[in-house]
Design a protein around this ligand. Structure first.
Ligand code: PLZ
Length: 446
């Protein structure tokens, strides 16, 4: 891969993890930084690129998390760096609502072109995934003149007040942070591994339950939007059974409800398609994106049907920093990288390598209850052997073991028992395979 800083693409562990220098800085961290902030791996980063993160002790760690599916194009990807440098030298901020600039418009054009559907689309840019989701809900409410928002069990949409209400999991996201915004209704989720009826006609039974609950408990005519991740991210890479999402779309269309796809985690080539909705030919009314959009700079977007996006009164949407020129320059670099380096195809290949390896592990190790995902978004769900009881202890042990060996993997799941693999899409194949071998070792020991 041509992308990224010239960091040797190797796994190299030269100290205990964390090493002495990292330990020093982490002491300072605990003095200066609120204890509320988590830390998946206790090493301090010096540089990162391709498939590695290098810490200040000189350890080179294989990155299987991409900063939570953000640096799909790799850290400091060439085109991102070049565009950002040029933009920083030209100007850093005017506020798009004060004086517009080209980058913002070009990012919107790219989003309108790349997101599913051939209809006329428009976009608006924001700073974070949560902010994009909030704005999608604002737009849906204003357009439909309805208030209710339907979300799903195991779903994740952010940490702001509205998106906390939409997020399913209490600890760590919501506990003690209420009261939450009203008019948010949670529905059961098609979760094939944990759904009894899935062996026969899952999509019908869960879909019917959801529709029944919406009709009886909320009233379809009160629902502004259904918001769902096409593959649930933080909830544990839950891939809904085929037919579930199209069924929801059909119900939305029949009832004047907007279908909002939260593709903050699944977007930008991650699943082996530019957007995960494409898998079942779904065309959302609104789609939220962030994370992978800008190669590591903070940017997010709502893209949707032009008539919906234009239904908001003048100056009804915005924000000081939303669509910062620097983030937009980065996004144009990231999108060009995805297209020119064919990272959609690469995500499929990475996905095959990962799912083949994970399925082999599943045959050997009874603590792996399920292997699932799509493209370069794969996970294992860990259980107590012979049962489906969640096994969070093994999750923690496996993650720790991998870290000690110089491999960073991320946790997920409502029950804290899912390990997810979401490497940068530019990770060299030898590193990917090495990481999977170490994961195999870790599972064998757990
Ligand atoms: N929607 C589908 O995955 C962010 C959260 C990390 P922000 N997921 C990572 C954490 O613990 O805070 C996410 C997502 C989906 C929305 C969001 C929110 O995106 O950019 O973190 O606000």
């Amino acid at each position: 891969m041509s992308s990224g800083p010239k960091i040797p693409q190797e796994r190299k562990v030269v100290t205990a993890i964390p090493g002495p220098k990292s330990q020093e800085v982490i002491k300072r961290r605990s003095e200066a930084v609120s204890a509320a902030l988590g830390m998946a791996i206790p090493v301090v980063v010096e540089k990162a690129g391709g498939g590695v993160i290098v810490d200040i002790d000189g350890n080179s760690i294989i990155d299987m998390g991409a900063g939570i599916a953000v640096v799909n194009v790799g850290n400091s990807a060439d085109r991102v760096v070049k565009n950002v440098k040029e933009q920083v030298e030209a100007f850093t901020h005017t506020c798009f609502m004060i004086a517009p600039y080209m980058g913002y418009i070009e990012v919107c054009e790219a989003l309108n072109r790349l997101t599913p559907g051939t209809h006329k689309k428009k976009s608006a840019l924001f700073n974070s995934g949560a902010e994009a989701v909030e704005n999608a809900v604002k737009i849906a409410r204003k357009f439909t003149k309805r208030q209710a928002v339907v979300v799903f069990e195991h779903g994740y949409h952010g940490r702001t007040n509205l998106t906390m209400a939409m997020t399913a999991k209490n600890i760590p996201y919501k506990d003690g942070f209420g009261p939450f915004t009203p008019e948010v209704f949670r529905m059961p989720m098609a979760y094939p591994y944990r759904c009894d009826s899935c062996s026969s006609s899952c999509e019908n039974s869960i879909l019917n339950t959801v529709i029944h609950k919406i009709e009886k408990e909320i009233g379809a005519n009160n629902v502004a939007c259904i918001v769902i991740e096409p593959i649930l991210g933080e909830g544990g890479f839950i891939v809904p059974c085929k037919g579930f999402l199209p069924g929801l779309v059909k119900f939305c269309n029949e009832n004047g409800i907007l279908f909002v796809a939260d593709e903050v985690q699944t977007g930008f080539a991650r699943t082996g398609q530019m957007f995960a909705c494409e898998d079942e030919g779904i065309v959302p009314d609104l789609i939220t994106t962030a994370k992978g959009i800008a190669g590591g700079l903070p940017l997010a977007a709502v893209t949707g049907r032009a008539e919906i996006m234009d239904s908001i009164h003048a100056s009804g949407l915005g924000g000081t920093f939303g669509g910062s020129p620097i983030a937009c320059a980065a996004a144009l670099g990231a999108i060009a990288t995805i297209e020119e380096e064919k990272l959609v195809d690469r995500a499929k290949e990475i996905g095959k390598i990962m799912s083949d390896a994970l399925n082999e592990m599943k045959k050997k190790y009874p603590i792996i209850g399920d292997v699932r995902g799509r493209g370069a978004m794969q996970a294992i769900e860990l259980v107590k052997p012979g049962t489906k009881d969640p096994n969070p202890e093994s999750q923690a042990a496996i993650i720790k073991y991998c870290q000690q060996k110089g491999v960073l993997i991320l946790s997920a799941g409502t029950y804290g028992n899912v390990i997810r693999l979401i490497p940068p899409l530019v990770i060299p194949e030898h590193l990917l395979k090495e990481a999977l071998e170490i994961l195999d070792e870790a599972v064998s020991k757990a």
